[in-house]
Design a protein. Sequence first.
Length: 433
Amino acid sequence: MKLSAHLGKISWSLGDKVLYVLYGLVQLQQIKALPTDVYGVFSLLVALNTWIMIVSDGSALAGLIQFGTDPAERSRLNLMGLTIHTMISGIGALAVFVFQDPLAHLFHEPRFVMVATMLPVYCLLTLPRMFCLKIIYRDMRMRDLFVIDLVWFGVRTGMTIWAVQHDELKTLTDIIKIDFVGMAASSLAALWYTRKDLTFGRSGTVSLRTYLSYGVPLALATALNSTPRQLDVLVIAAFYNASFVGVYNSAKNLFRFFEQAFDAVVTLVYPAAVRMFAEQRMDDLQVLITKAISVTLIPTVLILIILEAGGSNIIVWFLGQKYVDAVGHFNVLILAALGMPFTLMSSIIAAMGHSTVVVRYSAYSLVVGMAVLFAVCLADWPWAVGLGLVTNTIVVGFLCTAYVRSSIHFPLKAILRAMDDVRSAIAGMRSKA
């Protein structure tokens, strides 16, 4: 399998990541326009919808890819996947709706009733997009993925620009409308691009038991991984208030630039690791591992030094004085970036076929990270609430790297090999001069 044969797919995939980064800049305009408390309440809605869909994706939809290589099974898989996907999404949204009053009391936020009321609608609009994207991923149709996301981001970007120019982005209803219309447009685009694949029937041999036995462990893994990144705002809301959540989540949105960068690295590292491990090219795998850590760790450290030394104050320039406290939260959150080069090792473990190890390590890091978050909140250290996410990332990165080292035995000093490469390049340039 030659990389050149897949350059088109890789390019569309990386282009899709660029869309996420660009829309992050649009979100800054939304955050700037909205009152902090409004953005905080909206963050709760987005976090709940995202978490429900992530869990549903792992348990209900992963089987569409795993068992869908046989075209004869696809109608049956579609029926099972869509049914389970709808049930899990519906149960999650319904649970929040039923318990809206005690949750509103817990969060000290009467507007949570609106969140609970809108959540079922949000899930309904998101459901077709999530289902169809699994078909897109199954067939590696990265160009279609790019277009579907372009619609999603493009519609919301256009609506945001119009609303900001006309001073009509002030209320919770305003921002919810933008997200709902964008999600609906994206789901329609996804349905259009997969219309020929949307066949449903009972013919096939994959049993429901087999389907779930594959999906449930994945759902557990995704739930463990996403909880500290999505549901930390719920814990913070219970201890503080919506305005505080809005300021904190603005910092977390900026921190996602780091997450998107590392997600892009995973799209390159994971397929290569799968191929090398299958071919038992362990020396090449060692090089891949150490270079992946090295070429991401060194720039990350340099960027963090610049930001921690005062560079992050640009946030105030972007968002205004009402988000001045976001600088402190951001400076804490970016410490998690130190662990991200090592979390890349989770994709190496998955390539080795030891995904249950990642699940176990995710569980450990979740417990430790949430314990830190609760301890910080109970101690009333509002500046340190980001330490929960930082701890979670560093713990899982440490555990995954230790496991890979014990399996593949790469020297620890090799993670700084990029510095040697730079020195060699400079020496070569000097010798030519």
